[in-house]
Ligand binder design. Structure first.
Ligand SMILES: [Zn+2]
Length: 95
C-alpha cells in the first residue's frame, strides 16, 4: 500500500479513529519522514479482501484495481463499483 503523506495535526484524526475502533484509521501514513502503518491484527485472507473492497468502494474506487471511478449508474445515481475497463470485462462476460 502506498503511504499517504499527512501533516502532524492530521495524525490526531487517525488516532481518534483508532480510539473509536473505526476501520477508517487503517492505512499507511508518511509523516516527517516516518512511516506509520496501521493494520488490523489477525485478519483472515477473506476479511482482508473484504476490507480492501469496502475501503475502495467507500472512496469511489474500482474494487478490482483501485482506479478512481467517475461514472455513475444512471439507475441508482451512485458511482459504479468498477472502472470502465473492469465494468466492460464483466458486461462482456454476462452478455
Ligand atoms: Zn478496475
Amino acid at each position: 500500500m502506498k503511504p499517504k503523506s499527512i501533516k502532524p495535526n492530521e495524525l490526531d484524526s487517525v488516532f481518534s479513529a483508532i480510539k473509536k475502533g473505526d476501520d477508517e484509521s487503517i492505512g499507511s501514513y508518511l509523516i516527517k519522514g516516518y512511516r506509520i502503518q496501521i493494520s488490523k491484527h489477525n485478519l483472515t485472507g477473506a476479511e482482508r479482501v473484504q476490507m480492501l473492497y469496502k475501503k475502495r468502494r467507500d472512496n469511489g474506487l474500482c474494487i478490482i484495481c483501485g482506479t478512481k471511478v467517475t461514472k455513475k449508474n444512471p439507475r441508482t445515481g451512485s458511482l459504479y463499483r468498477l472502472c470502465d475497463y473492469h465494468r466492460g470485462l464483466i458486461d462482456k462476460r454476462s452478455a
